[in-house]
Design a protein around this ligand. Structure first.
Ligand code: ADE
Length: 225
């Protein structure tokens, strides 16, 4: 899949997209992530992309023209399945949205900034608005990074063992069971006996019970879904 991220702060995302899972996915040819500096699409000699809001409100607003020019250029090169705007008033990002986006071919993520963007961009160019949580960030870059990371890691083949993406926390609206590695005892802290038993069926059963108990205790809202 291909993700094009439009931002006024490409430097903020450069390191992130070239590290870890995202770097591996790109090397394997399973994902492409491209950054576009919105200022490159400004027609203003100072490369401005914002202006004062009509109505005398406070703050600055991102203008239509640079955004339209950037998105139009991308759309002239290929078709896009979604043009996403990161915004605290968007749909709540979760594992289901990540899974859904991972099945798309090409997506654009426009990072919001300042007070907001001209509503006409949202009305005419954006197909989906996504929030990563009920708090306000200074810009949409962190939201775009989180979306790209969660989406790319569930693209088949990106993490070595495909099973491990499927058994992630939240994949079935459940938290995961606790996990342990060697040694079986450290400072008197013991790994649960059942995990050393070698009885696969019993272990599976234990995992399910643990996952259910944790979900009930820590995130009962997930079970209500
Ligand atoms: N931009 C600012 N706050 C945000 C949030 N919570 N989610 C997505 N984009 C944002």
């Amino acid at each position: 899949m291909r993700i094009d991220i439009i931002t006024v702060l490409p430097e903020m995302l450069e390191g992130f997209i070239n590290e870890s899972i995202l770097a591996r996915a790109q090397k394997k040819g399973l994902a492409e992530i491209h950054l576009h500096n919105l200022r490159d699409y400004s027609t203003n000699k100072w490369r401005r992309v914002d202006d004062y809001p009509y109505g005398g409100f406070a703050g600055m607003v991102m203008q239509c023209e640079p955004i339209d020019r950037c998105i139009s250029q991308l759309k002239a090169e290929r078709d896009y399945d979604e043009v996403i705007f990161t915004s605290p008033d968007g749909e709540q990002f979760d594992q289901h949205v990540a899974n859904d986006l991972s099945m798309k071919g090409n997506i654009i993520i426009l990072c919001g900034h300042y007070k907001g963007i001209d509503q006409r961009v949202r009305d005419h160019l954006i197909t989906r608005e996504i929030s990563i949580g009920d708090y306000v960030l200074t810009g949409g870059e962190l939201a775009a990074a989180i979306i790209a990371d969660a989406v790319v890691r569930v693209v088949p083949g990106v993490i070595g063992d495909e099973q491990s993406a499927l058994s992630d926390c939240f994949q079935d609206d459940m938290l995961s069971a606790p996990i342990y590695t060697r040694p079986a005892e450290y400072k008197g802290w013991k790994v649960p006996e059942i995990l050393l038993s070698g009885n696969e069926a019993k272990i599976k059963n234990w995992e399910m019970e643990q996952a259910m108990e944790r979900t009930q205790r820590l995130r009962p809202d997930l079970l209500e879904k």
